[in-house]
Design a protein around this ligand. Structure first.
Ligand code: ATP
Length: 239
């Protein structure tokens, strides 16, 4: 179980996240939603310790998550990735294996097999020698998805994985989410545009600096919660 208690973040004295607490059981896909600037990315980064929290405790399987960050595969927002960095698709995915092989060591045969299997799973094995900057948005997202698979983590954090991708890649991503969930992994997925994909998620965290609601679609998407988070009513959410 992932447990977040009283997480709070300030940026230069300005509060971005306030007193966020929740628990997630394994084996589910959780949508993190809320308006622009609600603190969704901030929350994921603070859980991972990538930015300092003003307060809060994050535990995974009853131990501090900080002591076991190798259990988390994190795919950041597209805009946070340097697409001009000279690296092949294969090597992006191989980066996930450093914990298994160590830095400056030749990858083991097992790592090579895991990397090949992950690239094959997302349909990118044939393009493994391409520089990431030479791939389409959907192909780039698939490579980062493969990297998260190759890490063999327990928790998966995706920040806006559906931005700038094609329909086919969206289907690949959702089918992999379903597979990961079926083997007991926990997925936290920030998504702006839930639209038709709402049914792909088991539960939701609705944020606007504070956690406004958490739980099932029925529990979270009430008129009152949407009003509180977005300041207006979004009828299609409730349908
Ligand atoms: N590095 C930073 N320094 C200062 N303020 C920041 C920084 N990163 C984010 N913020 C601010 O913190 C707030 C939360 O930002 P965050 O990116 O977490 O929101 P978000 O919900 O992910 O937004 P979006 O949906 O637009 O990606 C915003 O007001 C943002 O301007």
């Amino acid at each position: 179980m992932l447990e977040v208690q009283h997480l709070a973040v300030n940026y230069r004295g300005v509060c971005a996240l306030e007193n966020v607490s929740f628990r997630l059981e394994p084996g589910q896909v959780v949508g993190v939603i809320g308006p622009n600037g609600a603190g969704k990315s901030t929350m994921l980064k603070a859980i991972l310790g990538l930015i300092p929290a003003r307060s809060g405790v994050v535990k995974f399987r009853a131990r501090s998550l900080k002591q076991q960050l190798q259990q988390v595969a994190y795919v950041p927002q597209r805009s946070q990735i340097d697409w001009d960095y000279p690296i092949t698709a294969w090597n992006v995915v191989m980066m996930a294996r450093t914990r298994h092989t160590g830095w400056f060591r030749q990858p083991t045969c097992q790592s090579e097999e895991v990397v090949a299997a992950a690239l094959r799973r997302v349909g990118m094995l044939d393009l493994r020698k391409r520089q990431i900057g030479e791939l389409s948005g959907g192909q780039q997202q698939r490579v980062f998805l493969a990297r998260s698979l190759a890490q063999e983590a327990e928790l998966f954090f995706f920040d806006e994985p559906f931005v700038g991708i094609d329909k086919k890649t969206e289907e690949v991503i959702f089918s992999i989410f379903a597979e990961l969930k079926a083997v007991g992994k926990t997925l936290l997925v920030i998504s702006h545009d839930l639209g038709e994909s709402l049914s792909q998620y088991d539960n939701f965290l609705l944020l606007n600096k504070q956690l406004i609601a958490t739980g099932s679609r029925q529990k979270v998407f009430t008129a009152a919660n949407i009003q509180e988070a977005y300041g207006y009513n979004l009828n299609w959410f409730a349908s």
